[in-house]
Design a protein around this ligand. Sequence first.
Ligand code: SF4
Length: 325
Amino acid sequence: MTQSLSTSGNYRHIFGPVLSRRLGRSLGVDLMLFKTCTYDCVYCEQGRTTRHTACRKEYIRIEVLLDELKNFLSSFPAPDYITLSGAGEPTLHAGLGSIVQGIKVLTNIPLAVITNGALLWDSSVREGLHMADVVLPSLDAGNAQLFTHINRPVPDISFEQMLGGLIAFRESFHNAIWLEVMLMEGITSSDSEVREIADHVRCIRPDRVQLNTVVRPPSEDFAKPIPRKRLEQLAALFEPHAELIADYDGAVQEMAAAPDADRILKLLERRPCSLTQIAATLGLRPVETAKHLEYLAGQNKIAQKRFGADTFFSTVHIADEEEIR
Ligand code: SF4
């Protein structure tokens, strides 16, 4: 789940637009509190899940979300997509259907939903998504053992249930499904492990299969990236041939304007980035970026971590207050 904030900072639940490899200029809508998820994936770039739950409720008020979005759309150029995603799993929001419907009433900009797919066995989640233009669920493992190892789901969600949900969703959903498969070195990098996933993908019948790997600091150090050449070989095991979406070069770009230190902070709130990525994303010179990072570190607002050959910066997170309990 990717994103960053490009507006002047008045929006709590709207962020971007970011230039997304998959969705073009994508405006994010975050329905969840940090970090509320049915999974605790070893590769998660948001760190460990702090609210590990399958409990669906109105985590953020629907009218607050829709008001922010309406305000944004009346003030800024239209993005290519509005995308439900963020620092948690959007299908946990009990008002998913009303939010999707509310957005479709507000605008005809295409609506995308990025989800881990864990709750698609629930017919109310499938119904809630039916007006979306594209849904981007995940499948990272070909068997129950790897599912538990990689995604660390809440105990009430089994591999069979999750897989059944993806298949049932395909049967009822007539718009686009782009299935993301995150592969990791030494965990899901052998032909046999990937063939097992590809067999399930054939039953799910997504419109597109998109392969990813770990390109930002993960929740667990043992989650390692697969080199591009090997990922290209693994893509050939899928039918149809999978696309590579791994952002090896840190190509996501921020579109907006706000004071530079604020823009950096807003970018890092959503995802860890290296100095080079921050500079490229925000259109800053590396030397300026380094100065801002030094300032933010001095304020104890950011932390840094080595990953591969790079140093990544992230915000020092202060847990959100729940708006609705
Ligand atoms: S599903 Fe997404 S937000 Fe949840 S733990 Fe996995 S990567 Fe992180």
